[in-house]
Design a protein around this ligand. Structure first.
Ligand code: NAP
Ligand code: MG
Length: 516
């Protein structure tokens, strides 16, 4: 991560911001069978802080483009799958290099297209690079280690190998516009699949930069294709296509459930069951225990809830405070959140930017407006820029854990605070959701920390730290329950989801070899 306390880091990023700003309004083509393709209709990607400013004009692909891309991918797959894994991994390592060299520029674009403050944008780019490095090495590990995972008694040679499943479709959200599509894409590629990426319609510009990185890394035509467009259009066709073997989706619960359903129905001509990897939403709880240090817990809670305006799937959207410290924690949290700097994320020091688009703005504002019917508003910041899709950090005290503000994923800077009678009640409240993505506890009790690690219903449990900011290879990330099916992005099991394991068994008690 960039160290912003260094003047040189700030100066370099400032230069990158200026450079990106000058180049806004660029064109994003589709990448189909190695060709850059323009489409008759387009999508306008705008700056959520200044919606009258165009960031990029993107191609908008149709179902017919999806069919053409799948055909090209089918043709390109056998050669790619047969290549030595070292060659496939090398593409990832070169793409990582390409991104590393352009790191600040790639991050600065996210300030404009995704509304990410500097540190968050830098984190996203770092994560994309990490995914390339990590999955590249994971593929090498799987290829070299698998021989020893099965027994071969004398006279019998058993070999376990992993083969790409075929054509993979990757459908990504806008909130980690480089890291998430990159992670899903390169995992599928290195495992020997060809990939068609349908990025979120809000962030095609960043997706195009990923395409450039992979092309620069040497991905062959047809093995990676980019199809920007609308989910219900090109996305839906890709999901339903009989020649698609695996779908890697990150996004909302509603769309994820729908994709699962469609993918489970075989189409005419389909020769396989489709594998679906889904990473969905959350309603993540952070508990503050009676003996927690408020100096540690409060800033971490504010950061977890309001960093990137609450638009991380891992963000804290429920704060559960044990009764004896409730009043002091709430008072400090309100004070701390009042100080957060809200503004255009391209400006140094801004901590809270806008929400992504008009629809999100309306939805989040709706929760804020209805909040008084279910609770008491402890903070509602209105000192936000007038232009753009800004919602000020909002804190709502809630008694009923099933109130909408305390039970539905809002995906904005709105935090519900609940009072727990004691630690047991806090765990019970935290687990009262169908989602199971992230959760956390601040406590100085070893027993409570141990209980939280085992009892909190979440894929990622954080103890005495913020509940966002998973690092590839250190905190393999992903949920269960209604938060997804699939195994941990950035973890040792992830690549297996894109592979068909195969075993060959040879009887080696034979009568010599026949001559060629
Ligand atoms: P979304 O609305 O579900 O969209 C995700 C992607 O699905 C977009 O590319 C979208 O295209 C596409 N899509 C929509 N309808 C489709 C359909 N019928 N068939 C195929 N594709 C379709 O989610 P979002 O608003 O972009 O992202 C926010 C959500 O993602 C939140 O719920 C958040 O929690 C979740 N998320 C989860 C994780 C995780 O790791 N668990 C990480 C990040 C985000 P369009 O852009 O054209 O709509
Ligand atoms: Mg969408």
């Amino acid at each position: 991560m960039r160290e912003w306390r260094r003047g040189s880091a700030r100066a370099a990023f400032g230069v990158a911001v200026d450079g990106v700003e000058t180049g806004l309004g660029f064109e994003v083509p589709a990448l189909l069978a190695g060709e850059q393709v323009r489409t008759s209709s387009t999508i306008a990607s705008v700056d959520p802080s200044r919606p009258d400013r165009l960031v990029a004009t993107s191609a908008s692909c149709t179902a017919a483009d999806a069919d053409a891309a799948v055909a090209a991918a089918v043709a390109a797959t056998p050669d790619w799958r047969r290549r030595p894994v070292q060659e496939r991994a090398a593409v990832l390592f070169r793409a990582a290099d390409w991104m590393r060299q352009r790191r600040d520029g790639l991050a600065a674009l996210q300030c404009f297209e995704a509304g990410k403050p500097w540190d968050q944008a830098d984190g996203d780019v770092g994560e994309a690079i990490d995914f390339c490095e990590y999955y590249g090495r994971e593929a090498l590990r799987l290829a070299s280690g698998s021989a020893t995972l099965v027994q071969s008694p004398p006279g019998e040679a058993n070999r376990l190998t992993y083969q790409g499943k075929g054509v993979a479709v990757v459908i990504s959200p806008w909130n980690f516009p480089l890291a998430i599509p990159c992670g899903m894409t390169v995992a599928a590629l290195v495992a020997g699949n060809s990939v068609i990426l349908k990025p979120a319609e809000q962030t095609p510009g960043v997706a195009w930069r990923l395409a450039e990185a992979l092309v620069a890394g040497g991905v062959p035509p047809g093995v990676f294709q980019l199809l920007p467009g609308r989910g219900e259009d090109v996305g839906a066709r890709l999901v339903a296509h009989p020649d698609v073997a695996v779908i890697a989706f990150t996004g909302s619960k509603a769309v994820g459930l729908h994709i699962n359903q469609v993918a489970s129905t075989p189409q005419d001509g389909q020769r396989h069951l489709k594998k679906v990897v889904c990473e969905l939403g959350g309603k993540n709880a952070l508990i503050i225990d009676a003996d927690a240090d408020p100096d540690q817990a409060v800033p971490a809670a504010a950061y977890s809830a309001f960093g990137y305006a609450g638009q991380k799937c891992s963000a804290a959207s429920r704060l559960i405070v044990v009764d004896s410290v409730y009043d002091v924690v709430l008072e400090r949290l309100v004070g701390c959140s009042r100080e957060l700097i809200v503004g255009h994320p391209a400006t140094a020091g801004v901590q809270v930017g806008p929400v992504i688009d008009a629809e999100a703005h309306e939805r989040v504002r709706g929760y804020v407006e209805r909040a008084p019917t279910h609770g008491r508003i402890a903070l509602q910041r209105e000192d936000v820029p007038e232009e753009g899709w800004f919602v000020g950090p909002t804190i709502v005290e809630v008694e009923d854990p099933q109130a909408p503000v305390a039970s539905e994923e809002i995906f904005g800077p709105v935090l519900a605070v609940l009072r727990a009678r004691d630690f047991d009640h806090a765990i019970e409240l935290a687990n009262a959701t169908d989602y199971a993505l992230t959760a956390g506890l601040f406590s100085r009790s070893p027993v409570h920390l141990e209980r939280a690690a085992s009892e909190l219903r979440a894929g990622n449990v954080y103890l005495n730290r913020a509940i966002t900011g998973a690092v590839v290879g250190r905190q393999p990330f992903g949920g269960y329950g209604m938060s997804g099916i699939g195994s941990k992005a950035g973890g040792p099991d992830y690549l297996l989801q894109f592979s068909d394991p195969r075993v060959s068994t040879e009887n080696t008690l034979r009568q010599g070899f026949a001559p060629d």
